[in-house]
Design a protein around this ligand. Structure first.
Ligand code: 3PG
Length: 378
């Protein structure tokens, strides 16, 4: 893959594709992780005296028109504060201001542009050749084949990966290719169908796969346990049975049940005592799970094991986060909810690497070559 540090970029005009798709509520950014993670590449370019046009998408607006609710304006403000640098917001790719006002500029939401989502070649060409160089540093969007994430990379006179993308790939590869065993994956979340490829891929790599959330319910049911009225994917039972045959899937033996997700109280039950109307909303880490995690040299975590946003069902995910924080393994976490749980229960620095990717993280860990990475030379 072509890398930023291998090029002489001094004094160049550079277009940078970032993933600044951050959660915003009432015009306030509620998590700046992706903005902060993009800073090293921006600073590197500023130190090289480059003029920089930053670009990103934000949310999923209708294409072809400006929509204030999806404007990059709050992001420009936040980034400007973080960098302590003036940043002009550029409203159009045709603007004569590009590279002519502040040293750092931010283009309005790429998804306002017709052709972005369809990987339009004309738009790709325009983005690619606005500057001398096109830098792709949007790991979180590397699984989308769009004009700024694919066509522009291909059509630029020169394109390369930024520092965040390089760091993401090096960290994710530690848990994919240069694994230190024992390797434990914790895969949880509501649906097995969305993580099927990941579990199947990890079945050949991991020594243990700890499951939680709705995924655990489906595995439990596949092994003949009554899970009451818990969330289960019945059409996945046969597949769950096959995956379980690998002998690597670790199931909970104590679960936290309630009648409703809105319930203020919960009951902990042995898995063989779950009854007809019970709904499982959390699991207890078994001593076997804790032991496995403690002895692991590599840990991958994707998905909360319970409904951690609700007080009665947060204990399992809290316990899991603490156990991973206390382990000496190389620990890798990814996915929006997982990072939210880490932010709630522990310090991010207690995990070796937290990916900025959601869908991109999953697809990379499934062993797929992401379109942007392919366009950058693999
Ligand atoms: C993400 O948040 O996962 C990325 O920014 C991609 O966004 P998208 O799912 O809207 O393409």
């Amino acid at each position: 893959m072509r890398l930023l540090k291998d090029q002489d970029l001094s004094n160049k005009n550079v277009v940078v594709r970032l993933d600044l798709n951050v959660p915003i509520q009432d015009k306030q950014i509620i998590d700046s992780t992706r903005i902060i993670s993009s800073v090293p590449t921006i600073k590197y370019l500023i130190d090289k005296n480059c003029k920089v046009l930053l670009t990103s998408h934000l949310g999923r607006p209708e294409e072809g028109k400006f929509d204030q609710d999806f404007s990059m304006s709050p992001v420009a403000k936040k980034l400007s504060e973080i960098l302590n640098h003036e940043i002009d917001l550029i409203d159009s790719l045709d603007s004569n201001d590009i590279f002519n006002t502040t040293q750092i500029q931010l283009l309005e939401n790429l998804r306002f542009l017709i052709g972005e989502k369809d990987n339009n070649e004309k738009l790709g060409n325009q983005l690619a050749n606005k500057g001398d160089v096109y830098i792709f540093d949007a790991f979180g969007t590397a699984h989308r084949k769009q004009a700024s994430t694919h066509s522009a990379i291909q059509q630029a006179k020169f394109s390369c990966a930024g520092l965040l993308l390089e760091k993401e790939i090096n960290s994710l590869d530690k848990a994919l290719t240069s694994i230190e065993n024992p390797f434990t994956a914790v895969i949880a979340g509501s649906k097995i169908s969305t993580k099927l490829e990941l579990i199947a891929h990890l079945n050949s790599k991991a020594d243990f796969i700890v499951v939680g959330g709705g995924i655990a319910n489906t595995f439990l049911k596949s092994q003949g346990f009554d899970v009451g009225e818990s969330l289960v994917e019945n059409d996945m039972i046969e597949i769950a049975k096959e995956l379980f045959n690998s002998g690597k899937i670790i199931l909970p033996n104590k679960v936290v049940v309630a009648d409703s997700i809105d319930s203020n109280s919960s009951t902990t039950k042995n898995i063989d005592s779950v009854s007809g109307s019970d709904k499982i909303f959390d699991i207890n880490l078994t001593s076997n799970m804790s032991e496995i995690l403690k002895n692991s040299k590599t840990i991958l975590w994707n998905g909360p094991i319970g409904v951690f946003e609700k007080e009665p069902f947060q204990k399992g995910t809290h316990q899991l986060a603490k156990t991973i924080a206390g382990s000496e393994a190389f620990s890798l976490a990814g996915g929006g909810e997982t990072i939210a749980a880490i932010n709630k229960f522990i310090n991010k620095d207690e995990v070796s690497y937290c990916s900025t990717g959601g869908g991109a993280f999953l697809e990379y860990m499934e062993g797929k070559l992401l379109p942007s990475i392919e366009a950058l030379g693999g």
